[in-house]
Ligand binder design. Structure first.
Ligand SMILES: NC(=O)c1ccc[n+]([C@@H]2O[C@H](COP(=O)([O-])OP(=O)(O)OC[C@H]3O[C@@H](n4cnc5c(N)ncnc54)[C@H](OP(=O)(O)O)[C@@H]3O)[C@@H](O)[C@H]2O)c1
Length: 253
């Protein structure tokens, strides 16, 4: 991890769950982390709690469904820190609707957050790395077991579609980097159930259902996924970890 000290990581969806945990471990490892989300106040609270850590956390307000917000985010990073060395595309959402019940607005929103935003952030991060001659940068997409199999949980069927797309996009980007003879690495992490705000947000109109899910089984903790990020970025230059598929021990499918 020594080589990452003082360097810059962007983490989207930094205001809660996995994103907040990833920010914490990267700041503790000495990185200058830019955490982006709409709920910027929560990132500022986290930043204050990390005041004595080796690195820093800077909160930037960004709605990743808004292209201009993402461009502003990258302009701010360039102005303050020079550019991005690691990009963790973590922001992601699901609604609680089956394909038969879902609305076009919800499908568009999931597409924007779960697919389009990681594409824009990856493209701009790689541009930032290449214009500064950075050849050891890293893109990490937070995918899901839903990017690997279609579960019987009908409410996540469209979400699974977005995560399957992210599976294809992550591998496509990896191949494009090899084509360029670049050593920038492309990875993803595919978690099963993690105890975050994900299901509370998904079932925002039915809090009981979210609580039922949280009580139904053993969950991974956000720190487990943050540790996978550390594992990926601390691997030696000749090792590109393409995916870490991780489930809670009690998760069957
Ligand atoms: N929890 C699980 O069981 C699980 C399992 C597999 C994969 N994942 C994946 O893990 C990632 C993180 O999810 P989580 O579990 O940590 O969920 P979470 O606790 O609900 O956090 C979601 C994060 O995404 C951000 N976000 C949502 N919409 C956004 C938007 N329009 N613009 C900017 N940021 C936005 C939220 O920030 P604001 O609302 O403040 O903007 C929040 O910081 C997601 O990609 C999810 O698909 C989660």
């Amino acid at each position: 991890m020594e080589r990452w000290k003082g360097r810059v990581a962007l983490v989207t969806g930094a205001s809660a769950g996995i994103g907040a945990a990833v920010c914490k471990v990267l700041v503790e490892a000495g990185m200058n982390v830019v955490g982006a989300a709409r709920g910027v106040e929560k990132i500022e609270i986290l930043a204050n709690s990390l005041h004595d850590a080796k690195g820093t956390l800077t909160a930037v307000k960004c709605d990743v469904t808004k292209e201009e917000d993402i461009y502003n985010l990258f302009r701010e990073i360039k102005g303050k820190f020079g550019g991005v060395d690691i990009c963790v595309n973590n922001a992601g959402i699901s609604y609680d609707k089956t394909l038969l019940d879902g609305s076009v607005a919800e499908w568009r929103n999931m597409t924007d957050v779960n697919i389009i935003a990681p594409c824009i952030c990856s493209k701009l991060s790689i541009e930032s790395m290449r214009e500064r001659g950075i050849d050891d940068g890293h893109i990490i997409n937070v995918n899901s077991t839903s990017g690997h199999r279609v579960s019987g949980f009908a409410e996540v069927h469209f979400y699974a579609g977005t995560k399957y797309a992210l599976t294809a996009i992550t591998e496509g980007l990896r191949q494009e980097m090899r084509e360029l003879k670049s050593h920038i690495r492309i990875s993803k992490i595919s978690p099963g159930f993690v105890e975050t705000e994900f299901f509370t947000r998904m079932f925002s109109s039915n809090e009981e259902k979210a609580q039922e899910i949280y009580k139904s089984r053993m969950f991974l903790q956000p720190e487990d996924i943050a540790n996978s990020v550390l594992h990926i970025i601390s691997s030696p230059p000749h090792v590109e970890i393409n995916d870490i598929l991780v489930r809670p021990t009690e998760q069957a499918s």
